[in-house]
Design a protein around this ligand. Sequence first.
Ligand SMILES: [Zn+2]
Length: 355
Amino acid sequence: MLCPDCLTPKIETLENSASENFTSEMMNRFPYDCPMRTRSRRGDPPFFALTVVVPLVTALLLVSSLPAGAAPRVAVSLKPLHSLVAAVMEGAGSPELILRGASSPHTYSLRPSEARLLEEADMVFWAGGALEAFLEKPLAALGSRARIVTLLQAPGVALLPARRGGAWDDDAQHGGVGESAPEEASADGHLWLDPANAKAIARAAADVLGQVDPANRGRYAANAVRLAARIDALDAELVVRIAPVRGVPYVVFHDAYQYFERHYALRPAGSVAVSPERTPGARRVREIREKIRGLRARCVFGEPQFPPALLATLTEGTEARTGVLDPLGADLSPGPDAWFALMRSLGGSLATCLR
Ligand SMILES: [Zn+2]
């Protein structure tokens, strides 16, 4: 027997407020064991059961009478992943985006409005705990109410281990991870920056959306094929754009670009862990400048949240130029084109600064 808790998210979307009131009344009187709420009224007489079961069946009919072909409500954690899922859903529906703006997913905490998006979703796509620890508990709390798709575990996605040691500064952002599987926990979570992974994400999204929403299965599959062709075209463009600067060393403030670097055979020299909010002390500044000089970095890349004055301070007295890379597309409008704009912007920044 279905538990009324499992029904409420769907029923709440019905515009008929009478049915909503009816549902909450029904929930209060529901006589069966419920996996989420251990309330039992087994001893009630058959008449009571009838008065509850008949309206429950009516409620089920209301749910199944939602417009044919209506897409499931989908929420996606980060803008680049949202972009790929939005492209797969084009023509069927639009996913909601959880994390907007320039905040880092490594250190984020969920706002109430974002928690609500999760609670209303039939499906949630996220990279996984290695990148988005802030979603681990809220997603676990959803239980079976929504289908959770962890893209770090998606078929065809190739993972790289997070870099540590040597010229790669220990980054507090990339610390230990809650309850992820060992392989996933040690993985670099910025998986969407490899075009091959982006295509695997699109295929996985089309598969799982098609399972939940069979009426649109063909559309999702066709969209994923079209998206893969677009990704291949951009990839070919970026190979040409980046070719002249392969082998030119550079330094980043956040080791987020490994997937991109491997794919395009770039030569990152290392990372410097710097907080965008705070200029390091004089001794640390000297160390950073020495490291930049020692690594012969042609360019030092900050991210949009790093003030240009901080970049200027840290590269003063070195040969390095400064540039900005943005692994999340903070300033981009969300939607099917965001992933493409993000990749083009990364390629453009690297090609320009390293020339
Ligand atoms: Zn990171």
